[in-house]
Design a protein around this ligand. Structure first.
Ligand SMILES: [Cu+2]
Length: 96
């Protein structure tokens, strides 16, 4: 009986990690001016460890990046600045 209790406890404690949600980070990138900028920013974001999906848009001058819930958003800004652009986190929402 005691063993069962610990098993249930372990499952309950581990569940949030197992079903961890992703988040969508929207980043303002004001100095993005042409489709080449979009390509290099996409490339930089997509090659960043942990990034699930990334899409920069010239129309909105923003990039939307899907990363795991616990991901350090700063890594995205670092990747962007390495390509010569400057990004600013505009918002973070949870994503399915
Ligand atoms: Cu450009």
């Amino acid at each position: 009986m005691k063993r069962l209790f610990f098993l249930v406890l372990a499952l309950v404690l581990m569940a949030p990690q197992a079903w961890a949600e992703n988040k969508k980070v929207t980043i303002d990138i004001k100095d993005m001016t042409c489709s080449l900028c979009v390509i290099s920013i996409n490339k930089a974001l997509r090659s960043t460890d942990g990034v699930i999906k990334a899409k920069a848009s010239l129309k909105t001058h923003q990039a939307e990046v899907i990363v795991p819930e616990g991901f350090d958003n700063q890594a995205l800004l670092t990747a962007i600045s390495r390509t010569g652009y400057s990004g600013e986190i505009q918002g973070v929402v949870s994503a399915p």
